[in-house]
Design a protein around this ligand. Sequence first.
Ligand SMILES: Nc1ncnc2c1ncn2[C@@H]1O[C@H](COP(=O)(O)OP(=O)(O)OP(=O)(O)O)[C@@H](O)[C@H]1O
Ligand SMILES: O=C(O)[C@H](O)COP(=O)(O)O
Length: 394
Amino acid sequence: MNKKTLKDIDVKGKRVFCRVDFNVPMQDGKITDETRIRAAVPTIQYLMEQGAKVILASHFGRPKGQVVEEMRLTPVGVRLSEILGKEVKKADEAYGDSVKAIIDTMNEGDVLLLENVRFYPGEEKNDPELAKNFAELADVYVNDAFGAAHRAHASTEGIAHNLPAVAGFLMEKELDVLGKALSNPERPFTAIVGGAKVKDKIGVIENLLELVDNLIIGGGLAYTFVKAQGHEVGKSLLEADKLDLANSFIEKAKQKGVNFYMPVDVIVADDFSADANTKAVSIEEIPADWEALDIGPKTREIYRDVIQKSKLVIWNGPMGVFEIDTFANGTKAVAEALAESQDTYSVIGGGDSAAAVEKFHLADKMSHISTGGGASLEFMEGKALPGVVALNDK
Ligand SMILES: Nc1ncnc2c1ncn2[C@@H]1O[C@H](COP(=O)(O)OP(=O)(O)OP(=O)(O)O)[C@@H](O)[C@H]1O
Ligand SMILES: O=C(O)[C@H](O)COP(=O)(O)O
């Protein structure tokens, strides 16, 4: 990586503004997945051990520039204290005199968690004034929030112009793994793209077609490709205005010599529910009143085979509606194939695919699970991430 990291600077006795991504799933005030908190711990612990005064900042949810009581970071602070085995102070604001007063009382190795930075309208607008307000709290800026690196916000981008700015360990690792995968891939290199909408994945598919040996398509977005190839898709997800685009991807794959895999059979349902009637049908036989909610058994076998023969697999987006067990088998088969293939380096592109792997208890069998949903997607599209670009060059 051509950006400075924590190891390139001295943080002893310094006030360090460390941006993390603590945007964790929460239900009724309880954190339901603490992966992102744990992923930031190596950086936090290192800062503590080095004798820095650690000032943590994060967004949580989308409060749209106002204080939303349910979106305070208080429960995250409590959990972080437990994980670190050390008191984490929690501020009710993210800058200003009250926060400065707390920082003045901090000893080396202490940790303070600021309030949700998105309570301020300037955060998402990348307001230079707010960025200065954040910068005034600290001597150094560390960005460890890979999950938010695709956002040019005051705490992810603006602040980096006001302080020495370096990457944290999680940021470094994410960029390293994803960067290496894309720039110097072991082959055969396979990309699996699923999820709901073609429109969200256009950039990813375009970019990956330049890089991979195999492209596997699944999930709701597959049916736009199926329809584009002249088959009926019944009530399945369809983006009728993307048929030409879908065909152009298939054409491009041919030109580039990329093997393009689409479902050959699917699980159809007469209702989008757990107790719908379901059956496996070939891709030419989707009934008009039914919708395809998962890939079928033959497709599972084909995809499994391609995965097992690959050296590197990047996976973004589920193969079906994995949240409902009846339609989870396709996604599970992909996760299992990755878990079983010891020689395959597997990179899970955050978001729903990461949630699916967790659900099947296969997370520890994957080589790398990204903490960034949107961020890893943009990275795979080949886009520059503003939160990274703004950091100091080596
Ligand atoms: N055949 C299908 N019909 C309808 N919905 C589907 C189908 N297959 C998958 N889905 C749904 O797609 C959703 C995930 O797609 P989405 O594009 O939102 O996220 P994603 O691809 O996982 O992206 P990220 O990983 O970046 O979050 C899941 O909720 C899943 O239920
Ligand atoms: O959950 C995420 O992908 C990141 O925390 C970014 O959140 P956002 O999509 O609300 O900017």
